[in-house]
Ligand binder design. Structure first.
Ligand SMILES: Nc1ncnc2c1ncn2[C@@H]1O[C@H](COP(=O)(O)OP(=O)(O)OP(=O)(O)O)[C@@H](O)[C@H]1O
Length: 357
C-alpha cells in the first residue's frame, strides 16, 4: 500500500494537529547549507543523535539521493519524520536552496524516502534553536556580561551569506525569529573605515552588512584594503585570506581579518540592541570558527559595546563565539525531541503522508 501526501490547504489534518505536537521517532534531522549537508538520526527523545559523516552538496545531484546514499543506505533504521533546515526561503512545495542547485521537494521525499512527515525550517531558525541550550563547552565568551535567564538571545553568522536570528522567550517557550538582518546597513565609524568604505563593492550603491560579513565579503574587504594601501590584491578567495592572516603572511590579509572580526562585533552590538538580547549574542558559522586563534577579543568587545547612549546596557550582555561546528544539528535535535518547548510556526512548512492514500 502506497502513501500519499496530505495537501496543505486550510483545515487539513496537518493544520488541525497544530505545530507543536510530538513528532514520531525515529527522526532524521538535517542541516543543509550551500556547501555542506549534515545529517543525524534521533532514535527517541533521550538518545544522543546518531551522526553521519558530513557530505558535500556538490557530490549529489539531489538531496533525496544524498539522504539515501549517506544515511538510509548506512543504517537499518527507517526514519518516520524528517526535520530539515535549509539555507533558503521556505515557501511552497519546491524549496530552492540559495547557494546550491538542490531543490527540496517534501512531497517527493514522503513517498521516495518512506517518511511519514517532513518539516522544513530555515537554517538560521536552526541556529536560533541551538542557542537555547548551547553547553559552555560549545561556546567561547568574548569579554564580560552575564546571561539573564528568560531574556531574549540572538545569533548571527557569516558563511556564504550573513544569517541573523533572534530567540525570544515568551509563554514558557523559545520562539525563533529569523529575518533578513544580514542586509542592514554597515556604516563607517573610524578614520580607517572612512578611507576603506569608498572602495567596498556595494549592492545598488549600499554597503550592507552582508557586503562585508560573509565569505565573499571578506574578499571585498581585503581588496578594498589593498586598494587603499596602493598594493595589488594577491588573494581571490576567503580561505586564502584567512590562511595568510593566520600565518601572518601579509598586512592586507591580517588587517582584513581583524576588521572583519571588529565589524562583526559592531553588527552583533546592533543585533543585541534590536532584540534587547540580555540572554546573550552568539556568533556562529564556519568562517569565524576558522579564525578563532587570531581573534582580538578586546577589539571585538569594544566594537560590540560602542553603542552610545546604551554602552552600559551592552557591557552587561555576554557575547559568544559558537565553537561547536554541528550546533545547528543540535538545535534541530532539541526541537525534534520536544517541539512544545519551542514556539515554531510550521504552517505551510510541514507535509504529512496519509497511509493508504
Ligand atoms: N578557510 C576559510 N576561511 C574563510 N572562509 C572560508 C574558508 N573556507 C571556506 N570559506 C568560506 O566560508 C563560506 C561558507 O561558510 P561556512 O563554512 O560557514 O558554510 P557551510 O558550513 O559550508 O554552510 P553554508 O554552505 O550554509 O554556508 C564560503 O563563502 C566559503 O568561501
Amino acid at each position: 500500500m502506497g502513501r500519499a501526501y496530505q495537501p496543505r490547504q486550510a483545515g487539513t489534518m496537518a493544520e488541525r494537529r497544530g505545530g507543536n505536537d510530538a513528532l514520531k521517532f525515529p527522526i532524521l534531522i538535517g542541516d543543509i547549507g550551500g556547501t555542506n549537508a549534515r545529517f543525524a538520526i534521533l532514535l527517541d527523545a533521550f538518545a544522543e543523535p546518531k551522526m553521519f559523516p558530513v557530505v558535500q552538496t556538490a557530490d549529489f545531484e539531489t538531496i533525496d539521493e544524498a539522504i539515501q546514499a549517506s544515511v538510509l543506505d548506512k543504517t537499518s533504521v527507517q526514519p518516520q519524520t524528517a526535520v530539515l533546515a535549509v539555507a533558503g526561503p521556505v515557501d511552497g512545495d519546491e524549496i530552492d536552496l540559495t547557494n546550491c542547485p538542490w531543490v527540496v521537494r517534501p512531497r517527493q521525499m514522503l513517498t521516495g524516502l518512506g517518511l511519514g512527515e517532513v518539516i522544513v525550517l530555515n537554517d538560521f531558525e536552526a541556529q536560533a534553536l541551538a542557542i537555547s541550550s548551547l553547553p559552555p563547552a560549545s561556546r567561547s565568551q568574548i569579554g564580560g556580561g552575564v546571561v539573564h535567564e528568560g531574556a531574549s538571545r540572538a545569533v548571527l553568522g557569516p558563511g556564504t551569506g550573513l544569517g541573523v536570528a533572534g530567540l525570544v522567550r515568551a509563554r514558557n517557550m523559545w520562539i525563533p525569529v529569523a529575518g533578513e538582518g544580514g542586509h542592514i546597513d554597515l556604516g563607517p565609524r573610524t578614520a580607517r573605515d572612512l578611507a576603506i568604505w569608498p572602495h567596498l563593492k556595494t549592492i545598488e550603491g549600499r554597503v550592507s552588512a552582508e557586503q562585508v560579513l560573509c565569505g565573499r565579503g571578506l574578499v571585498n574587504l581585503y581588496q578594498a584594503i589593498a586598494t587603499v594601501n596602493g598594493s595589488e590584491p594577491a588573494h581571490t578567495t576567503p580561505a586564502e585570506i584567512t590562511d595568510a592572516a593566520v600565518h601572518r603572511r601579509d598586512e592586507a590579509s591580517i588587517e582584513a581579518v581583524d576588521l572583519f572580526a571588529m565589524y562583526l562585533g559592531r553588527v552583533a552590538g546592533d543585533i543585541a540592541l534590536i532584540f534587547m538580547a540580555r540572554g546573550g549574542v552568539f556568533i556562529a558559522g564556519g568562517i569565524v570558527q576558522r579564525i578563532i586563534p587570531i581573534l582580538k577579543a578586546d577589539q571585538i568587545r569594544a566594537a560590540f559595546e560602542d553603542k552610545a547612549p546604551h554602552s552600559a546596557l551592552l557591557r552587561d550582555i555576554p557575547l559568544y563565539v559558537v565553537t561547536e561546528p554541528l550546533a545547528a544539528l543540535a538545535g534541530l535535535a532539541a526541537f525534534a525531541r520536544t517541539p512544545r518547548f519551542f514556539g515554531l510556526e510550521t504552517t505551510g512548512r510541514r507535509w504529512i503522508a496519509v497511509p493508504g492514500g
